[in-house]
Ligand binder design. Structure first.
Ligand SMILES: [Zn+2]
Length: 179
């Protein structure tokens, strides 16, 4: 095992990522750094403007896109029209990127999917603390499909089968103040 000194490319601050960390924020300047096999790479991280001045942030992968319901069958009172109505417009998909149980990930992701908060990027705050990113963009995409499925399964009609297609662009990493 070779130990190499990891330093922030913006301010040279020493970094100490854990083994599972994919992206971390420099504790000094707040720059986001992806830890890849090729080394450290700066990555875009948008800080959302929120009402309160926060110091602790959590990372989210945010996708923009749409869902097309091809087929939806239920055991009673098919909510197909309701589903088609919900997905008739583009949606933002929020996938938690920090270490979280699957259950919590589903709960938080669904809540954001239903609430559709409008994110506004602000300036990078000083002395930022961001929970490390441990979910890759690729895994987040899979999680997104799971969230769509969960949302449909939660409609009050005993979902039996569903066939849908998700079309989303590349995700952007957002730092949202923790609640
Ligand atoms: Zn730095």
């Amino acid at each position: 095992m070779k130990l190499i000194a990891l330093r922030c490319s913006s301010c040279s601050n020493a970094l100490a990522p854990n083994d599972d960390d994919l992206v971390i924020a420099c504790g000094n300047c707040g720059a986001a750094i992806a830890i890849t096999d090729e080394g450290l790479q700066p990555i875009e991280l948008r800080f959302s403007v929120s009402g309160t001045a926060a110091s602790q942030y959590q990372p989210w992968w945010v996708f923009e896109g749409r869902v097309q319901i091809n087929r939806r069958e239920a055991q009673s009172g098919n909510r197909r029209e309701e589903a088609i109505q919900f997905w008739s417009q583009p949606r933002s998909f929020f996938v938690p990127a920090w270490e979280l149980s699957l259950q919590a990930l589903k709960r938080d992701g669904l809540e954001m999917l239903k609430r559709q908060p409008q994110l506004q990027a602000g300036t990078r705050p000083a002395q930022v603390r961001l929970s490390p990113v441990v979910v890759s963009a690729e895994d987040a995409r899979r999680m997104l499909e799971f969230l769509v499925l969960s949302l449909e399964a939660a409609r009050a009609d005993w979902l039996k089968t569903i066939d849908f297609k998700v079309e989303v662009g590349e995700p952007v990493l957002w730092a949202l103040s923790s609640r």
